[in-house]
Design a protein around this ligand. Structure first.
Ligand code: GLP
Length: 244
């Protein structure tokens, strides 16, 4: 595991974008799995800027996304599908046919998850972008998720409902379930870039860097991945720095 500690959120975003820009330039038909939440947007902004400056093109890339609320309409402003289009996809030249999402409207969620697994097996992910929940969740793999889990329907924890309901105008309308790539699905990626910013994430990062493999902290499942880059700011690093 390579841990890069940046001064602040701005520098964290720059570092992450710099790595991605290099990888996309090296391999224009790269497969990237994107993440949502409030941490990656700084990096997405830098990618859009690089595209505008003609440093990179997205016409050959394939995208996946980690998770989606269930049920939610694609057009709902709180869907991750809407988020990705607004923040990134509508601003770059990625081809629509190369964008893959878990469908939060799917009637048959089991089939939807199976198909997503198949799609990922057919187009293996080169780079996986990850954020982390305050409780250590990755995608929507909540504490207690099996490390060998695959893409599936999950119930969100109270902590996640509390943390994410701030994005919903009507808090009660937030779905309490989600479709998520499993931990084993995520770990199949050739390279994983995990981003964390702020003191709220310090405990989770401490478990990742200093702790053992522990299903109570889903992010620790990444400890034995052979190409994991952790990019964090000083606040998220505060506990590992203190206890070094
Ligand atoms: C959501 C997403 C996760 C993300 C997490 C952290 O719960 N499902 O994939 O990592 O939020 O969000 P934030 O970056 O806003 O702290």
């Amino acid at each position: 595991m390579l841990v890069k500690i940046q001064k602040n959120y701005k520098e964290l975003s720059e570092k992450a974008a710099e790595i991605l820009i290099k990888e996309i330039s090296k391999n224009p038909s790269i497969v990237i799995c994107f993440a949502t939440g409030s941490t990656p947007p700084g990096m997405y902004k830098k990618l859009v800027l690089a595209y505008k400056k003609k440093k990179i093109r997205f016409s050959g890339i394939t995208s996946f996304n980690l998770d989606e609320y269930y049920k939610i309409k694609r057009k709902d402003k709180n869907s991750y599908c809407y988020y990705m289009h607004k923040i990134l996809f509508d601003k770059i030249n990625i081809k629509n046919k190369n964008i893959n999402f878990l469908n939060g409207e799917a009637k048959n969620y089991k089939k939807e998850c199976e198909n997503y697994e198949k799609k990922i097996n057919d187009k293996p992910i080169d780079i996986q972008i990850l954020g982390v929940g305050v409780n250590g969740h990755i995608a929507f793999n909540e504490p207690g998720s099996k490390f060998n889990s695959k893409t599936r329907l999950v119930r969100l924890s109270q902590e996640t409902i509390k943390a994410n309901s701030r994005f919903f105008k009507n808090k009660k309308s937030m779905p309490k379930k989600a479709l998520t790539m499993g931990i084993s699905t995520i770990k199949k990626a050739k390279k994983i870039i995990l981003l964390a910013s702020g003191e709220k994430k310090a405990e989770a990062i401490f478990h990742l860097v200093k702790g053992n493999l522990d299903e109570k902290w889903p992010l620790t499942s990444l400890k034995n991945h052979n190409n994991l880059v952790v990019i964090i700011d000083k606040k998220a690093a505060s506990l590992i720095l203190k206890k070094l």
